[in-house]
Design a protein around this ligand. Structure first.
Ligand code: ATP
Length: 429
């Protein structure tokens, strides 16, 4: 085993064991160890030297430190397609700027071995008063390429950007899409070793995105090129990356397996959506609850990201003190595709315990295709006049329901549950 492979961290080992990572024996091209970054946000301004002195004697700093990144550790090997994922404001762009040498870390260090080409902020290194051609040369020079090197890659850049007819026009006359195309083409066609890209999939029109798509597919196969990609697009992470990290509030919370990272990100987003709804609560009881049923909650008892070999276990926890029998009705919504996937029916689960109760359930996932699901429940009582009918007493809303997701490599994103769920029968004439 090489020295580099000997240095691999726990995440690398895990990933290589489940067969996703092929590059652990390749050289480390980027090493991020114990990196921290904070920004100073001004709180009050001293208006002069005297004020500054008074503040100093009182211990008033005049700024507060916002820790944007804390103890970030990971390694990227040559040939990796490495994803950096996280919600808005989690610190991804700051991390890319540190990797690209735009910022200096306040703690830890970053080692880059190879020529790094960043595409992280549009407009950096471009001058609107210069022509497209001049901008290619300017940008290439800023990236550290010689004139001869830029001459050699110029045609390739222009043809990828499909801007042949516009190269002698000033950049300020380009549409924003054209500017993105040119900047992106310079970044990817420049012969660097490590390409650092921020949200590139979100730029350009559909045709250009398709082109980027096939470019990514080809670069993924090139063992000498390394890509570091920041994206919110989990299908891109699953499709291109062999490794990824998930950053939350400035810390790496998942490191290594790109599927784990993508799944956890989905879960974090689902949780955040739910929290947003929680914050909207008003009145004495949460929506759906009342003095008869002051508490009704669905709790996940299993992991919330599962494969079709798993079962999802959950419990309905509630408070109900009236002496009559009652019913629990449970429905499962398909969050992305819409619609109800399953419904127990209003009077199938009859219960008679009272007080604070918990009832456990299990859903086998064999028949599920990939998707995000929301379980909702209602507590119902028999209608006094019609024994066939139930009346809803309380229901879970978005703040007390439960979510889970099915992610299985064997499954597709079809709307239907399971490939065998639908049978089309030919009818007689
Ligand atoms: N130059 C700066 N000065 C002060 N605070 C900053 C600076 N740059 C970023 N921040 C703060 O650092 C935090 C992380 O920002 P960053 O842009 O790295 O997040 P991000 O994960 O890239 O977000 P997004 O997905 O929205 O691009 C944010 O709270 C942001 O306000």
């Amino acid at each position: 085993m090489s020295e580099t492979a000997g240095k691999m961290d726990e995440a690398d080992k895990t990933v290589s064991q489940n067969g996703q990572l092929q590059n652990v024996d390749k050289p480390v091209v980027l090493s991020v160890s114990h990196v921290g970054k904070y920004f100073r946000l001004p709180t009050e301004q001293a208006t002069g030297l005297k004020m500054l002195f008074i503040n100093w004697t009182k211990g008033i700093k005049g700024y507060k430190e916002q820790h944007v990144l804390r103890d970030i550790n990971f390694e990227v090997h040559q040939g990796d397609f490495f994803g950096i994922v996280g919600r808005n404001g989690s610190g991804k762009s700051t991390l890319l700027k540190l990797i690209s040498g735009i910022y200096v870390p306040d703690a830890g260090n970053i080692e880059v071995n190879g020529k790094l080409v960043p595409f992280i902020e549009l407009g950096v290194g471009f001058n609107p008063e210069l022509t497209g051609r001049e901008n290619v040369y300017l940008n290439g020079a800023l990236l550290g390429f010689t004139r001869d090197e830029i001459d050699a890659m110029y045609d390739d850049i222009v043809s990828f950007a499909e801007l042949e007819e516009f190269m002698d026009q000033k950049l300020k006359n380009y549409s924003s899409g054209m500017q993105v195309r040119l900047a992106f083409s310079v970044a990817i066609k420049a012969q660097g070793d490590i390409l650092v890209l921020d949200e590139v999939l979100a730029v350009g029109d559909e045709a250009f995105q398709r082109k980027c798509d096939s470019y990514f597919a080809s670069i993924k196969k090139d063992p000498t090129k390394t890509v570091i990609l920041v994206t919110h697009d989990m299908s891109a992470v699953k499709k291109y990356c062999n490794k990824a990290v998930l950053i939350k509030d400035g810390e790496v919370i998942v490191n290594g397996d790109k599927d784990d990272v993508a799944n956890r990100y989905t879960l974090e987003n689902m949780r955040a959506d739910k929290r947003d709804t929680d914050n909207d609560k008003s009145g004495e009881y949460p929506t759906g609850l009342n003095e008869r049923v002051p508490f009704l909650h669905i709790n996940a008892l299993s992991e919330q990201i599962l494969s079709r070999d798993d079962s999802f276990r959950f419990e309905v926890e509630y408070q109900y003190d009236e002496p009559n029998d009652y019913y629990l009705a449970i429905a499962m919504h398909d969050i992305k595709r819409g619609g109800i996937t399953y419904d127990t029916g209003a009077n199938k689960i009859k219960l008679s315990r009272h007080g604070h109760c918990k009832v456990k359930f299990e859903v086998p996932l064999k028949l599920f295709n990939n998707g995000d699901f929301k379980l909702v429940a209602s507590l119902r009582t028999q209608n006094a006049e019609d024994s066939e009918t139930t009346d809803m007493v309380a229901f879970t809303n978005d703040d007390n329901c439960c979510i889970f997701a099915v992610r299985d490599k064997r499954n597709r994103a079809y709307a239907l549950l399971n490939d065998c769920a639908l049978r089309i029968t030919m009818l007689a004439d």
